[in-house]
Design a protein around this ligand. Structure first.
Ligand SMILES: Cc1ncc(COP(=O)(O)O)c(C=O)c1O
Length: 343
């Protein structure tokens, strides 16, 4: 394996793995573990810290002065890229999609604090629209004599995905080569692709289950194919991932930033039983999926489930929660969640 790939250090590693005993009991799981990648550090933490360690290594060496990237209005990737760029002494430009707004909340507010220069596309979260505006802005900046490093949506490149190859290696070092179900959110796919490759290389007895927060399964498989191939090449490893064995669900979302009732219920239950904060765009959907899949008998209850908490705390401060009525939390049992989903 090529272990010489340049890497910076943004994340406090290893991140802890915590037992969620009450939630495990609630779901009937023997062991539920939370891999706390929300605690990486870097302006609030999250999965992107691991990706950026690889992504931005070339920026420093290449003499770039500006980093530009794209994302949804509440993109954690954008916030963390802005923080990493600032830490490296670079300028930062963000192209963000989403609805019209009249207030800066959550990640939007933090982007302001980080003094990122931002252009918004109101009414679209489409990758292609965001990428087109990024290209236009990059040309403009290059014309002004800037040396611009452009990062695609979510920082999901073969290089960025290496962050999650090594995250699985880290779990192997913490837990050993155990049989386990690893479950995580799938957005731009780099985290999932890295984890799939990492499991092949370091935890062959574990399976990785992805829960889409916005994309279709077909789109995810396309992206994962390219990303895993590219990352394996960088590592100089020959790895075959049989697409038929990839477990990914695309039925727990109704669009990127659309709150789903089952996720809201899962967020409240995790908060009530574990003091664990999840967000409505990413990790809340995964917890709702875990509830539902467990209920349907699609999760092996006897082996540990490792829920990768990929961060997103600032989104909690962006609203769109119905979570204030804590009295109602425990009224949502697993069965209620099933009926909510079937409504
Ligand atoms: C909190 C959080 N979880 C999960 C993801 C999904 O990761 P990826 O884009 O690598 O699929 C993101 C990315 O935007 C995120 O911000």
């Amino acid at each position: 394996m090529n272990d010489k790939i340049p890497r910076l250090h943004f994340a406090n590693l290893p991140t802890p793995i915590e037992h969620a005993e009450s939630l495990a009991k609630h779901l009937g799981l023997k062991t539920l573990l939370i891999k706390r990648d929300d605690l990486t550090g870097l302006a609030g933490g999250g999965n992107k810290a691991r990706k950026l360690e690889f992504e931005l290594a070339g920026v420093v060496k290449g003499g770039y002065d500006t980093v530009i990237t794209i994302g949804g209005q509440q993109s954690n990737h954008a916030r963390m890229t802005a923080a990493a760029a600032r830490k490296l002494g670079l300028d930062v430009k963000l192209v963000l999609g989403g609805e019209e707004f009249d207030e800066y909340k959550g990640n939007m507010l933090l982007n302001k604090v980080l003094d990122a220069d931002i252009r918004y596309i109101n009414g679209s979260d489409e990758d292609a629209d965001l990428a087109a505006l990024m290209e236009e802005w990059t040309e403009e900046l290059t014309g002004e004599g800037k040396k611009v490093y452009a990062l695609p949506i979510g920082g999901s490149t073969p290089l960025g995905s290496l962050g999650y190859v090594y995250a699985i290696k880290e779990i192997r070092e913490q837990m050993g080569d155990i049989e386990a179900t690893i479950i995580l959110p799938v957005g731009s796919c780099g985290t999932f692709a890295g984890a799939l490759l990492g499991a092949k290389l370091f935890m062959p007895r574990a399976t990785v289950t992805g829960v889409s927060i916005s994309r279709t399964k077909a789109n995810i498989l396309d992206r994962v194919r390219d990303l895993t191939r590219g990352s394996a090449q960088l590592l100089e490893e020959e790895v075959f991932i049989d697409e038929n064995t990839i477990r990914v669900y695309d039925n727990y979302h109704e669009g990127y930033a659309v709150p789903v009732e089952a996720a809201q219920a899962a967020i409240r239950t995790a908060a009530r039983l574990e003091g664990l904060l999840l967000d409505y765009i990413y990790t809340g959907k995964v917890m709702a999926a875990l509830f539902d899949l467990t209920l349907k008998g699609l999760i092996n209850k006897e082996i540990p489930v490792i829920f990768i908490h990929t961060g997103g705390l600032p989104i909690v401060f962006a609203g769109k929660h119905t979570g204030n009525d804590y009295g109602k939390c425990l009224k949502y049992s697993v069965n209620d969640i099933r009926s909510i989903r079937n409504k």
